[in-house]
Design a binder for this molecule. Structure first.
Ligand code: GLN
Length: 562
């Protein structure tokens, strides 16, 4: 085999296709590749992010996570949350899979577009390059070009982030057509980078059919066989099971996969995701990974991990209960609102509480309001389109008039403005041009820069922007500073022509864009309402277990103040 660095130079006229980033050093960054077998939804994302948490927060390694999604969409921007769950937004404006949200929360790290790779992104790169003549007359093939672009992507991430570990989660299950060429690329990566620099972990599910009452490993064995048939030898097998893994099953998995028994690890359903890093540490998986990859132990940055541990304790000890209603049309898919749920889950324990969520369907306004009785707080989250909007507005009115803590997020912010305009400013026809394009009172209108935009993917006002906070307001009280950075995903906003009228009637815009007249936070003064607060941005995207969002904290505090 030619020397590794020579592979890059030999790309032209060779069967190797590698464009190593300039200065890339083999072995500088190690790779961990996590795959899944038997069923989808085996908890691969949870496992991978928990391992990342342990390796970075406890051991102090610099970890760069990356998720591969096999769909042909370029990113998650045009995906329907009803089918696919929440669209998460990164600071750089990338619209991505909700798993990236899990990574940001678990690793306490800001991610960017380099941490998210889809089949669509790979193929777009390839077609664009081909049209630009970059393949120099070659026929473009799955091997080496598609696999080559995938390896480039990962090596670029490694090089740019200067990570100790690139942690790759491969979406789907082994054997899917959708990820087959990606796995082939991972096999090549391990060949080129050398075995000691790449660690494969396969997560399998151990079936235990109720009718048999016994753990069965056959499906897991077949999954492992498929992986090995692709030329990939796992270094660690993680067995998910409902009950503790039987020793005989562990041995069987070991024999079938050439993986020593101590590296066949059992991961049980532990309920709370935050406790999984502690569980993984207790079973010693971090030590195995460190040995396999020959990683040099760092002086660990344990402080973050200690705070993490205390959060897990607080979650266990939380006794108070708080009942929150969330309105929305995606209420049958709770994953559509996963960041909101997580934000409450990691914020409430600091107040000694746990959150019970009640989902409020708003397509019938009258019915929706009846559902609100007895709730401690109401959230009206983000949304698109007309369905259910009148119901949301009715819920906001109820919260305002009955002094019930209210938090509006993005679309919820816009609906709160409409409610106030209609009921307090007497603008009976106040509407958003998103749902009523010909309305006489366009209190919510399209952002000027959005008017010319064509196409749906990646075209909204997206990602992190500054919010200037007005002193002496609830927002200022919560954040304690006059400028914060929050994440946006919207096309509409408050029509500047109505701002004076709304303010005169008592609505306070306590946060806005520093340079433009874009209203970003609204509130009612603390003397007038327990907590009536809404944001044009999504505080749920920046709320993390180690740094909960002040907005959720303020909201939950008000809800608990019964
Ligand atoms: N549909 C609204 C807009 O585009 C709100 C978007 C959202 O809630 N994320 O402005």
């Amino acid at each position: 085999m030619p020397k590794f660095e020579a592979l890059a130079k030999k790309t032209q006229g060779s069967e190797f296709y590698n464009n190593l980033p300039k200065g890339y050093k083999k072995g500088r960054t190690k790779y961990i590749i996590v795959t899944g077998s038997v069923i989808s939804g085996v908890g691969k994302g949870t496992f991978t992010s928990s391992l990342g948490n342990l390796l970075s927060l406890y051991h102090g390694f610099r970890v760069a996570p990356v998720k591969f999604d096999g769909y042909l969409n370029f990113d998650a921007g045009t995906l329907n949350p009803y089918r696919h769950g929440e669209v998460f937004v990164l600071d750089d404006g990338t619209e991505c899979d909700l798993d990236l949200g899990t990574y940001e929360r678990m690793l306490n790290q800001n991610l960017c577009r380099e941490n998210y790779i889809t089949a669509g992104k790979i193929f777009k790169t390839i077609i664009d390059k081909e049209r630009a003549g970059k393949y120099l007359g070659r026929d473009v093939q799955f091997i080496p070009h598609v696999t080559g672009e995938i390896k480039n992507f990962l090596r670029n991430l490694a090089h740019k982030s200067q990570a100790d570990i690139v942690l790759v989660e491969v979406g789907g299950t082994v054997g899917d057509i959708e990820n087959s060429y990606f796995l082939e690329a991972m096999r090549e990566l391990s060949y080129e980078e050398s075995k000691e620099n790449v660690c494969f972990i396969n997560v399998v599910y151990i079936l235990e059919p109720g009718s048999l009452g016994e753990q069965k490993s056959k499906a897991a064995q077949l999954g492992l066989r498929t992986l090995m048939g692709m030329g990939i030898q796992p270094s660690i097998v993680v067995c998910r099971s409902e009950r503790p893994l039987k020793e005989s099953v562990r041995e069987k998995i070991s024999i079938y996969s050439n993986v020593p028994v101590n590296r066949v690890i059992n991961s049980l359903d532990v309920g709370d995701i935050h406790s999984i890093p502690l569980f993984l540490k207790a079973v010693g998986i971090d030590k195995e990974v460190i040995n396999i990859l020959g990683l040099k132990e760092k002086k660990p940055g344990k402080a973050g991990f200690e705070i993490w541990k205390s959060l897990v304790e607080k979650i266990k000890k939380a006794r108070k209960e708080v009942n929150i209603g969330i309105t929305g049309k995606y209420i049958t898919v709770h994953d559509s609102y996963i960041s909101i749920l997580k934000a409450m889950e990691h914020t409430a324990p600091h107040l000694g509480a746990r959150v019970n969520v009640k989902w409020i369907e708003t397509t019938k306004a009258g019915e929706a309001v009846k559902e609100l009785k007895g709730l401690d707080g109401i959230i009206v989250p983000g949304g698109f389109g007309a369905r259910g909007t009148e119901g949301k507005i009715a819920c906001i009115k109820y919260a305002r008039e009955n002094n019930i803590p209210f938090l509006g997020l993005c679309f919820g912010f816009q609906m709160a403005v409409l409610e106030y305009a209609r009921d307090v400013c007497d603008l009976k026809n106040a509407a958003s041009t998103e749902t009523e394009p010909n309305t006489k009172e366009p209190v919510i209108c399209i952002l000027p820069e959005q008017e010319e935009v064509k196409g749906l993917g990646g075209t909204m006002r997206l990602g992190g922007y500054q919010v200037k906070i007005k002193p002496g307001t609830v927002a200022w009280e919560l954040y304690g500073k006059d400028k914060v950075r929050e994440r946006f995903r919207h096309r509409w906003n408050v029509n500047t022509q109505y701002i004076n009228k709304l303010e005169k009637a008592g609505l306070v815009f306590s946060g806005m864009a520093p340079q433009k007249r874009i209203m970003q936070i609204l509130e009612l003064p603390a003397e007038k309402h327990k907590f009536f607060f809404a944001t044009q941005y999504h505080p749920e995207f920046t709320s993390r277990p180690l740094t909960p969002s002040p907005v959720f904290r303020g909201f939950l505090e008000a809800c608990l103040d019964k």
